[in-house]
Design a protein around this ligand. Structure first.
Ligand SMILES: Cc1cc2nc3c(=O)[nH]c(=O)nc-3n(C[C@H](O)[C@H](O)[C@H](O)COP(=O)(O)OP(=O)(O)OC[C@H]3O[C@@H](n4cnc5c(N)ncnc54)[C@H](O)[C@@H]3O)c2cc1C
Length: 247
């Protein structure tokens, strides 16, 4: 049983009908950019807890999570009802291995996210060490509709600071928009669009790929990358791919 800390919601941001960010204070342990924390509410007398990546950077005074309402899910509809001042339960110890210190030395870091899976990458991009470790960092952020592209101000800020080193490539699958690729991640890899836009290739020689979000995207991209002699990174067997599946 987790020992729950009591946190307080300080801010709620609604991006679309179903997409939300919550900021909250809670005395959680220090964490590494890319890690997640368990968040819970008491619902009908029971504690309902789920893991959420921290979007905030370890240096921030407040914590932030980014989630979408799963209509039949027990927790997310209730999380979305919270307002500033409300209490939230948070487990004290963040954890997870989607962190840059777990990545072996490589020249290029590719971050592939679907939907709310962009959260840990926002945290990583806001930290200094990732910019010392890689020559080039590419964030690929896939959503269905352009309105679902969150954190654009943060990403514009990252781009201003690291213009030479950073490429942001939005993929919008159900709408055409200038500057975005209108394909799924796998199709954009197979067609060559993704690498053309980034100006670098995804290769076992010089790339590490981090993926976060939907397990179908992760499985499909894994299969493609295995065809390029890339393999999942394990502590006992260094590889080229680090993943975190949300659902
Ligand atoms: C390590 C880890 C980190 C996670 N971090 C995040 C995060 O930062 N943001 C986030 O939104 N979710 C995240 N998730 C998923 C999250 O923990 C919950 O499962 C999700 O928010 C739904 O909660 P729920 O209680 O409403 O429904 P659940 O009972 O958890 O799920 C109900 C159904 O919805 C599916 N589902 C779960 N998540 C989603 C989703 N995002 N979109 C569509 N269907 C989904 C499940 O597979 C299940 O079939 C993470 C999961 C893991 C394992």
């Amino acid at each position: 049983m987790a020992d729950w800390l009591t946190g307080k919601v300080t801010q709620k941001r609604q991006w679309t009908e179903r997409l939300f960010s919550l900021r909250f204070t809670a005395p959680i342990n220090s964490f590494k950019a890319g890690q997640f924390v368990r968040v819970a509410l008491e619902i009908d007398g029971e504690i309902v807890a789920r893991p959420y990546s921290l979007v905030s950077s370890p240096a921030d005074a407040e914590n932030e999570i980014f989630f979408n309402i799963v209509p039949d899910g027990p927790l997310t509809p209730k999380l979305a009802e919270l307002s500033p001042g409300d209490e939230i339960k948070v487990a004290g110890k963040p954890s997870g291995l989607l962190t840059v210190d777990q990545v072996p030395i490589a020249r290029h870091l590719w971050m592939l996210a679907t939907g709310t899976g962009v959260g840990p990458f926002i945290s990583i991009l806001k930290s200094d060490d990732v910019w010392q470790r890689f020559e080039k960092i590419v964030l690929v952020y896939s959503v269905r509709l352009s309105s679902e592209l969150a954190y654009q101000d943060d990403l514009a800020g990252v781009n201003r600071l690291y213009r030479q080193q950073f490429s942001f490539i939005p993929l919008i699958t159900r709408e055409k928009q200038q500057g975005a690729i209108n394909r799924r991640v796998t199709d954009a890899i197979v067609s060559g669009d993704l690498e053309q836009q980034a100006g670098i290739t995804i290769s076992a020689d010089d790339s590490h790929v981090m993926m976060c979000g939907n397990s179908a995207m992760i499985a499909d991209v894994m299969a493609l990358l295995e065809g390029r002699n890339m393999q999942k990174h394990l502590r006992r067997e260094p590889g080229h791919i680090t993943i975190e599946k949300y659902h």
